[in-house]
Design a protein around this ligand. Structure first.
Ligand SMILES: Nc1ncnc2c1ncn2[C@@H]1O[C@H](COP(=O)(O)OP(=O)(O)OP(=O)(O)O)[C@@H](O)[C@H]1O
Length: 255
């Protein structure tokens, strides 16, 4: 199968002259259509830098990043903004919802920008709201709903336009464990049932255990890959905790 994302020899250097710091070094990997991949590693390892570079929020200092046949490392300005809008979805820890819009209006936004017919918008929004269990709060405003409901709204908005690739940056970081579990289950179902391709950066071994494959980074380099294969989620959770213990990272005590 053709890879969806191909990262080739990516390097990211911050600063200039004598004051430079190499946050990413010689990073190469691929993600296929329909994968759910976690990125883990100790604090300062380069996880956010990698996500920002892949998500077109920052540019690499060297290397190529292909999403299907487009090299986003070589795109600039409007072309990059259009690519981001048309093909990528984002879920951040702090939700990024617009407070003056209802839940439904927040979710509709990317479809309205893409000028989809209203009937098609309704069908897509209702089906996505059902997948995330937020059908009953569609007419509420963000201040009227819980953190978990806000994150599920933000996830619906990220997924409703059917992006090629979804980037999630610590999506459960601000959630209690019940809300985190609900969100992770919804993301895994969309990954399994609708082939949504998701790349998630997380500190949390519990969140990571919902992924099918984990890439570990340390000191700006890929250090190890772990594949869930036929292991149960609980077994995978334990494998991740063992790896984090070796790397000196932190976990999460919910199973
Ligand atoms: N804009 C910047 N300028 C200089 N150095 C930076 C910049 N952004 C990140 N760094 C450095 O790059 C390294 C990787 O940072 P990054 O935020 O990617 O790590 P991380 O793995 O996401 O950490 P955490 O888990 O704590 O969020 C760190 O040493 C950080 O200090």
């Amino acid at each position: 199968m053709e890879s969806l994302l191909q990262v080739k020899n990516v390097e990211k250097v911050f600063g200039k002259g004598a004051n430079t710091f190499k946050a990413l070094e010689d990073i190469s990997f691929t993600i296929d259509h329909g994968e759910f991949v976690g990125i883990m590693g100790p604090s300062g390892a380069g996880k956010s830098t990698l996500l920002h570079v892949l998500a077109t929020i920052d540019t690499p200092s060297k290397g190529d990043i292909y999403i299907e046949n487009d090299n986003i490392a070589k795109m600039k300005g409007d072309q990059l903004a259009d690519f981001r809008r048309d093909h990528l979805g984002f879920i951040f820890q702090d939700y990024n919802l617009l407070d003056s819009l209802t839940v439904r209006e927040n979710i509709v936004l990317p479809l309205a920008i893409a000028k989809l017919p209203p009937k098609e918008i309704d069908v897509k929004v209702n089906s996505m709201a059902k997948a995330f269990g937020i059908e009953t709060i569609l007419d509420k405003y963000p201040y009227q709903i819980s953190g978990g409901q806000k994150q599920r709204t933000a996830s619906c908005r990220a997924l409703v336009s059917n992006p090629k690739l979804i980037f999630a940056d610590e999506p459960t970081g601000a959630l209690d464990s019940k809300s985190a579990t609900d969100l992770l289950k919804a993301l895994s179902s969309l990954n399994e049932d609708q082939d949504a391709t998701i790349m998630m950066v997380t500190h949390d071994a519990f969140a990571a255990s919902f992924c099918r494959r984990i890439l570990f980074i340390s000191d700006g380099r890929l250090s190890r890959e772990m594949i869930r294969a036929t292991h149960s989620r609980k077994e995978f959770y334990q494998m991740i905790l063992d790896e984090l213990a070796q790397l000196g990272g932190d976990g999460h005590d919910t199973v």
